[in-house]
Design a protein around this ligand. Structure first.
Ligand code: UPG
Length: 486
């Protein structure tokens, strides 16, 4: 008798590297933890920008060659919404337009479907899964704190009768110290915005999922995770079980690159090789971060004045900042002309002390390098986890999405970062004097506490994913739940 077909785990990630890689990597770990009792089927949406498309295609090529049982199912293209009110409104609506295609794809799988794993922006598709009698899991690519906030938002919405931006006082988010309103995530600030309405809806859909897979660890965010588990985040209704399986970092390719003697090191790594231990401050702002010329001038002034060695990933402005062509702001020229972007003479004056890198950098390899002593980051959660994995303290410079809340958590709750004052009313502008102060603090004696905390969190992260660690145990529970069809 032929063996029954292996069930498949169907994944629907958002196209951004910060979402796709962590979901895929988590499910690969699940696959290996569960003795390859599942295959993975990745539903591929056509990303809305050319740059995101080429990044997704690169991932598809790499994963197809990984030797694991991963298949790709391309969903029919849909027209992006032309009248989106903001990034989150665009992403959530664009993904939601794929719902009928997701339903058809799941219904038409040639093997049993173990579960549908949904990006946080695709959470309303828990209804699709329910309609097909398939378990659904939301993949939380951001923090446990953001999870607690999203689940708690309906309560805040009810109790806080004014706009959050008009609130005099702090907000209570279960599991976190009191949150100043200026630290709320961008889409949550304005109650009248469609972005906000989406976040209310997404949090509601999380509650209808079979479970929530989170790229965090118990020991990293004990407060928010406990608040979700013990019902403080959603009073009166138990939240679905949360599986903190992180930190899930896709470190494989950078590690193997290092071991390969045939490949010369990346230029950034070669430059770091010549620097003393823990002497370099690394500045990098995620897959979408870029700055206006006035801000670039402030950064250069700060770097020159503080005198620390630096490695700065400076990408030019997107070809269309937030227009229809680049709704997620990710269209950057491949190589910005540094001479055009930087004040005259800066490169000459900082020669030997600093390196400005104008395009995608090997961030994970850089953070793994012993010459790096501090990280000025936009605070995207993957960047934070990569930094903590190597015990590097941070100065978070939030730019968009939920990064203001991440910055607050890193400084006020986890203690692994030094504060950097950004002016939210001026597009998160930072004055040279403020950046200079924060970098001196991060790299000097004042940053000692954050350094010690970051080193502590390095151990927490590594222990969590070891055999028998809390995240390994969560993977095991998740694997059992999938076997039981829950
Ligand atoms: N990266 C590089 N080289 C670069 C720039 C980025 O390798 O030059 C990598 C980086 O190592 C990381 C990823 O790109 O793995 C960036 O991920 P992340 O730090 O999470 O930032 P975003 O791409 O901006 O991620 C989005 C949101 C962020 C959120 C995250 C997870 O902007 O706020 O926390 O998704 O939900």
């Amino acid at each position: 008798m032929a063996a029954p077909p292996t069930p498949t785990l169907v994944l629907l990630p958002e196209w951004g590297a910060g979402h796709l890689m962590s979901m895929l990597e988590s499910c690969k770990r699940l696959l290996l933890r569960g003795g390859r009792a599942f295959s993975i089927t990745l539903l591929v949406m056509r990303p809305p920008t050319a740059q995101a498309t080429s990044q997704v295609e690169e991932h598809v090529r790499r994963e197809a060659a990984s030797g694991l049982d991963i298949r790709f199912h391309r969903l029919p293209a849909v027209d992006p919404p032309a009248d989106a009110a903001g990034v989150e409104d665009f992403i959530a609506r664009y993904i939601q337009l794929h719902a009928p295609h997701v339903r058809d794809a799941v219904a038409g799988m040639p093997c049993p479907v173990a579960a549908l794993v949904l990006d946080l922006f695709a959470a309303p598709m828990v209804d699709v899964a329910r309609g097909l009698g398939v378990p659904s899991y939301v993949f939380m690519s951001s923090t446990g704190a953001m999870l607690a906030l999203m689940l708690h938002l309906p309560v805040l919405h009810r109790v806080v009768t004014v706009g959050f931006d008009e609130l005099d006082g702090e907000l209570h988010v279960p599991g976190l110290p009191p949150v100043p309103p200026e630290c709320l995530p961008c889409p949550v600030v304005d109650k009248k915005s469609p972005n906000y309405t989406w976040f209310l809806r997404l949090g509601g859909s999380f509650m209808d999922a079979t479970g929530i897979i989170a790229n965090t660890a118990d020991g990293l965010e004990p407060g928010p995770l406990a608040a979700v588990a013990d019902g403080r985040a959603v009073p009166g209704r138990p939240a679905p079980p949360v599986y903190p399986v992180g930190p899930v970092l896709s470190l494989g390719s950078s590690a193997s690159k290092k071991d390969s003697s045939s490949e010369p090191p990346h230029q950034c790594v070669a430059w770091l090789d010549a620097q003393p231990p823990a002497s370099v401050v690394f500045l990098c702002f995620g897959s979408m971060g870029w700055f206006e010329p006035a801000q670039v001038v402030e950064i250069t002034a700060a770097l020159e004045r503080c005198g620390h060695r630096f490695l700065w990933v400076l990408r030019g402005p997107p070809s269309s900042k937030s227009g229809a062509g680049a709704p997620d702001g990710s269209e950057h020229p491949t190589d910005a002309s540094l001479e055009e972007l930087l004040p005259e003479g800066f490169l000459r004056r900082t020669e030997g002390k600093g390196l400005v890198w104008p395009t995608w950098a090997p961030q994970k390899e850089i953070l793994a390098h012993p010459a790096v002593g501090g990280f000025v980051t936009h605070g995207g959660w993957n960047s934070v986890l990569e930094s903590l994995w190597h015990g590097i303290p941070m100065a978070p410079w939030p730019l968009y999405a939920e990064q203001h809340l991440n910055a607050f958590e890193l400084v006020a709750d986890m203690g692994v970062a030094v504060p950097l004052k950004v002016d939210r009313k001026r597009d998160n502008f930072v004055e040279a004097t403020e950046l200079e102060r924060a970098v001196r603090c991060l790299m000097g004696e004042e940053g000692r506490k954050a350094r010690e905390k970051a080193a502590e969190m390095r151990d927490v992260c590594r222990k969590a994913v070891e055999n028998g660690g809390s995240s390994d145990a969560a993977l095991q529970r998740l694997s059992e739940a999938l076997h039981d069809g829950a």
